[in-house]
Design a protein around this ligand. Structure first.
Ligand SMILES: Cc1cn([C@H]2C[C@H](O)[C@@H](COP(=O)(O)OP(=O)(O)OP(=O)(O)O)O2)c(=O)[nH]c1=O
Length: 198
């Protein structure tokens, strides 16, 4: 039995699109980075913690005939400078405007940590996609933030929506930017169920 430990409608859609059958049960965790935690380590740790929390709550449903496997992910936008700047979901409109101003006219990394947890093992990984933004005018940023769409998204934008008009290229997995690197997830699930079998 597969459980997706996520409240994200995008993750649900992508997993369905890839042909998997699953239940959904969101994990509720403190998402504060540890002091000096690198971005890749942070998203991987959160994905593992989400999957482990939901696995624990459902451990009684794990049987040899139908082993329980819990999948979780965490996506963050990272502006690489002297120190990584981690952009999670904006807390309010002013923070969304600040994030989009920072992303305007530069390339950033979108990192998604993914984890698959069974009673036997914890498998996890990080997928990274580089996303390039054109320069965005301040009035365009204000209008986009006013739509409300940036507020539930890491880095204050959704590549799958209106913001696509500012993104001339990406390098890497598109689905990773939307929140779930499908090909990586399918490989991770296979590894969690039967390690070493390709
Ligand atoms: C950069 C980007 C992020 N996002 C979304 C994906 C994630 O839903 C969200 C990042 O927040 P997350 O904390 O990774 O996920 P979540 O809180 O929505 O769901 P859960 O923790 O329960 O799994 O931002 C987009 O939809 N499009 C984008 O282009």
């Amino acid at each position: 039995m597969l459980i997706l430990a996520s409240a994200s409608p995008r993750r649900r859609e992508l997993l369905t699109q890839a042909g998997l059958t699953f239940e959904v049960q969101a994990a509720d965790l403190d998402e504060t980075p540890l002091p000096d935690e690198a971005a890749a380590a942070y998203v991987q740790r959160l994905a593992v913690e989400k999957a482990q929390a939901v696995h624990k709550l459902n451990a009684h449903r794990d049987t040899p005939e139908d082993p329980l496997i819990v999948l979780a992910a965490d996506t963050t936008v990272v502006v690489i400078a002297e120190t990584d700047r981690i952009l999670g979901k904006p807390a309010h409109a002013a923070e969304a405007e600040e994030m989009l101003t920072l992303l305007s006219g530069r390339t950033h990394a979108v990192m998604t940590g993914v984890a698959a947890v069974t009673s036997q093992r914890v498998c996890s990984d990080v997928e990274i996609t580089q996303v390039t933004f054109n320069l965005i005018k301040p009035d365009e940023i204000a209008a986009y933030v006013a739509t409300g769409h940036p507020l539930d998204k890491a880095g204050a934008y959704g590549i799958q929506g209106y913001a696509a008009r500012w993104i001339p290229r990406i390098e890497g997995d598109y689905y990773n930017v939307v929140g779930l690197p499908i090909a990586r997830v399918v490989a991770l699930l296979a590894e969690a169920i039967a390690p070493g079998v390709k």
